[in-house]
Design a protein. Structure first.
Length: 211
């Protein structure tokens, strides 16, 4: 027999909770994009990525809470770097209009969101089995950087690219950000595959941005 359900919890509570928290991050980032009149570049990406992480941490989004110290550190680093980049004129562009298609286009967005959450849980599981990981959470600071890289490379490339002769060619700011993040996590000792030790427990070493 099935076990008794939790008393009075809505039946789809877990999924509803996930969608609410992700939706709130989308909402806040979307408002900031609109306030900037859809001008985008490397600096705005780092500021928006920091805002999304800070929003999800404030809402106790579980995939981040196991390693909240490391994610808070990474959000702070991205916010500082975004502010340092300023107007970032060489990479600035005006984004197309807001994402919004017919109802049957929505799975393009939700499916990629689900894939990103699945990627995070897979990396967490792999890191949790790695005996070299230290005491600041199952995911190291370098893994936070690498997960952000994966978000850029496998999520944003679907939406922030041009189709040229059958190939996805990312917008220049996205290509630059993706390359920067990959260089950074490698400099922090993280391999391209999951399961390596990255930065072990203890103080997080100073990092320097590529370039």
């Amino acid at each position: 027999m099935a076990t008794d359900p939790p008393e009075y919890l809505p039946y789809f509570y877990a999924y509803n909770d996930l969608l609410f928290k992700l939706g709130e991050a989308y909402r806040r980032v979307g408002e900031h994009i609109a306030e900037r009149k859809y001008v985008y570049h490397r600096g705005t990406f780092y500021l928006d990525a920091a805002l999304a992480i800070e929003t999800l941490l404030a809402l106790e989004f579980q995939p981040l809470m196991e390693c909240n110290y490391n994610w808070e550190w990474w959000a702070t680093e991205m916010r500082k770097h975004g502010e340092e980049l300023g107007e970032d004129a060489p990479y600035a562009m005006v984004l197309p209009g807001p994402y919004g298609g017919e109802w049957h286009d929505y799975p393009d967005l939700t499916n990629h969101t689900d894939k990103m959450v699945s990627l995070m849980t897979g990396v967490y599981r792999s890191e949790d089995e790695d005996s070299d990981v230290g005491g600041l959470g199952t995911v190291t600071p370098a893994e936070c950087v690498k997960l952000t890289h994966r978000f850029c490379r496998y999520w944003l490339w679907q939406f922030c690219s041009e189709d040229l002769r059958g190939y996805k060619v990312p917008w220049p700011w996205l290509k630059a950000v993706t390359d920067e993040l990959q260089q950074m996590y490698r400099k922090m000792g993280e391999a391209d595959r999951a399961g390596s030790s990255g930065t072990p427990g203890g103080p997080i070493p100073p990092i320097s941005w590529p370039g």
